[in-house]
Design a protein around this ligand. Structure first.
Ligand code: COA
Length: 179
């Protein structure tokens, strides 16, 4: 298995990993699964600023992880949210953990990101275990903040420090990775 930057050409494989999460679970708060074109456009938009990684085994994409903006206001620019998804057939074999290890190494090398956040729709034991393993601590729980499949869903928020965060000073532009 290798971990590498996502390419627009990975969009179809990513869409297929994500589709059952959207259509069958409350893990994602999206109601309609994005198609490959939409994922391609998200990869292009996200990677202007943040890393988006894929795990590939014998050329096939089996998981992905990326960072995105935490909130829009300028003073939030040094904070980000992270997401990770692994193909249902290969969960529990270290793929998510390998993706996160590389993602956080890149985010820390960037020097401007200070805090990472993750929102976990409950229950999700695997995600809680993964985030705990990678240094996240619980912040608190938004109770009944989402509604999907006719039920209310709680989201637990987790946070972790990014070493070297702030080394490049205050993040004032969206081109933080070039600092
Ligand atoms: C959450 C997810 C990304 C974890 O990736 P993964 O490749 O299955 O996890 P890993 O094999 O790297 O395991 C990471 C840690 O979590 C633990 N873990 C994995 N699955 C678990 C489960 N079902 N229950 C409890 N712990 C679990 C592992 O034991 C490991 O900890 P350890 O190294 O201390 O033993 C994956 O299960 C997934 O894609 N789930 C659906 C999408 C999702 O929930 N994404 C996160 C949204 S917040």
């Amino acid at each position: 298995m290798i971990i590498r930057d996502a390419l627009p050409a990975d969009a179809a494989a990513i869409a297929e990993i994500y589709r059952p999460i959207v259509e069958r679970t409350t893990i994602s708060f999206e109601l309609d699964a994005p198609d490959a074109a939409e994922i391609r456009s998200r990869i292009r938009r996200v990677t202007r600023i943040y890393p988006w990684l894929v795990a590939a085994d014998s050329g096939a994409v089996i998981g992905y992880a990326y960072a995105t903006q935490h909130r829009e206001r300028a003073a939030y620019a040094s904070s980000l949210d992270v997401s990770v998804y692994v193909d249902g057939a290969v969960r529990g074999r270290g793929v998510g953990s390998s993706l996160y290890a590389t993602l956080f190494r890149l985010l820390e090398q960037a020097g401007t990101f200070h805090r990472a956040f993750a929102g976990i729709a409950l229950p999700n034991d695997a995600s809680v275990a993964l985030h705990t393993k990678h240094g996240f601590e619980p912040v608190g729980t938004y109770r009944e903040v989402g509604r999907k499949f006719g039920r209310w869903i709680d989201v637990a928020w987790w946070q972790r420090e990014l070493r070297n965060g702030g080394a490049c000073g205050e993040a004032r532009t969206s081109r933080m990775l070039r600092c």
